[in-house]
Design a protein around this ligand. Sequence first.
Ligand SMILES: [Zn+2]
Length: 181
Amino acid sequence: MPDLATHFLVNYCVKRGLPHLMPRYFAFSSKELYPFLWGALLPDLFSRAPRIGMGMISQQLSLPYPHFFHHALGYFHQPFGYLLLCFLISQFFPLDTRVSIFKNLFLGGLLHYLLDFCQYHLEPAYMPFFPLSTCRMEWGLFSTEASLYSIPFWLALAAYFFWKVPPSSSDLSSSSLDSSQ
Ligand SMILES: [Zn+2]
């Protein structure tokens, strides 16, 4: 997987950059930005991170490694399992924001998955159609370490969007409406 910093920066640049480059098709809303950024992190936070924790605990306490939970957690890193996770998380939010939260969590996570899918491993590592198919595949466009070298580029681009690109008119108009009420 690309590291979490790269995932976060890529999601930020895409969410800020698309409305800037194609304002007719993409509107920027800061309310949508945050769930989209969480989407960059959740697939790994719900699968890889607990696996690392389980490995450390089982090693420290000399317990057998819980392989069942290892595989079960991996489901949250696959598109269908992640879709279910987004649905469950969105249920904790007010009714009028659920669809937006769900959509942005999922699209942000899909971008995460797309980046992961572009890497190459010793053998294909991803099952995009699980549980319908256990066929493993990946595009293999760059190595697993390549994301570390790209961080300065994404950092510079994110800084540009953060400081130089103002929010779109739709976001400005909604914030001015909020402040006028
Ligand atoms: Zn990942």
